[in-house]
Design a protein around this ligand. Structure first.
Ligand code: SAM
Ligand code: CA
Length: 238
């Protein structure tokens, strides 16, 4: 596998066979239909030192389609950053819909907040500045929350994905969706371990373990897709 090039953590991951193909998809199908507020938020994030963390717009386009099909009212997001996926969700739920959005970094959220306000959807968002796990534990403690969420998007620390899954599977209703981002980790999930740069190994291992566990989880039906950096789309069935 001599031709493997580490896409590095500072560039968008390359799952597809070429960057040209990624560019083709974005320029032909994604950017022409990307709503103006999302474009604006993406542009506001470009110069952020961690701007590469934002949800990739092709993954966003698939999420939009899923949200439109599911028509969720109550959603939860773990890992907000500047708010691309959050704004996207807010634009695709009803006016009285609610998103519980959790992130340890309110400063990053504030970069996108003016765009969220301008789009007129801030009232749908309950932003909680905190590590996600204790918040999810608290939600699970209250029986009223069981099966009460229609949709979850998970995009924070990958090493905790399985911990998040065990809580969210209780919070999302049967028939609801749990969408996990970065589950192909720049394609490194398929690389020989010694070729994965040390800084990428924890994320790679977490993604491998996560995908394997989901495959054996009879509570969900799922599709591991190669859109964006790999969306693992799970539907709770039990
Ligand atoms: N979904 C976002 C978007 O569309 O731009 C990108 C999220 S970014 C990849 C990951 C985020 O997870 C960061 O903003 C980081 O602060 C947050 N994060 C990391 N560890 C966390 C934790 N333990 N609990 C909650 N948020 C966490
Ligand atoms: Ca992501």
């Amino acid at each position: 596998m001599e031709n493997i090039k580490d896409p590095s953590i500072y560039r968008n991951p390359v799952i597809l066979q070429s960057e040209e193909l990624t560019k083709y998809i974005l320029e032909t199908a994604v950017y022409p239909r990307e709503p103006e507020p999302l474009k604006e938020l993406r542009e506001a994030t470009i110069n952020h030192p961690w701007g590469f963390m934002a949800t990739l717009p092709d993954a966003g386009q698939l999420m939009t389609l899923l949200l439109q099909l599911l028509n969720p009212k109550k959603t939860i997001e773990v890992g907000v950053f500047t708010g691309y996926s959050l704004l996207l969700t807010a634009l695709n739920i009803p006016d009285d819909g609610k998103i519980t959005a959790i992130d340890i970094d309110r400063k990053a959220y504030e970069v996108g907040l003016p765009v969220i306000k301008k789009a007129g959807v801030e009232h749908k968002i309950n932003f909680i500045e905190s590590p996600a796990l204790p918040i999810l534990d608290k939600l699970v403690e209250d029986p009223a929350n069981e099966g009460s969420f229609d949709f979850a998007f998970i995009d924070a620390d990958k090493e905790n994905y399985l911990n998040y899954h065990e809580r969210l599977i209780k919070l999302v209703k049967v028939g609801g969706l749990l969408v996990y981002d970065n589950t192909l980790w720049g394609g490194r999930v398929s690389w020989p371990e010694e070729q994965v740069p040390p800084h990428s190994r924890p994320g790679t291992q977490a993604a491998i373990q996560f995908n394997k566990t989901i495959t054996n989880d009879s509570r969900v039906q799922f599709a591991l897709t190669s859109v964006g950096d790999g969306l693992n789309i799970c539907r709770r069935i039990a």
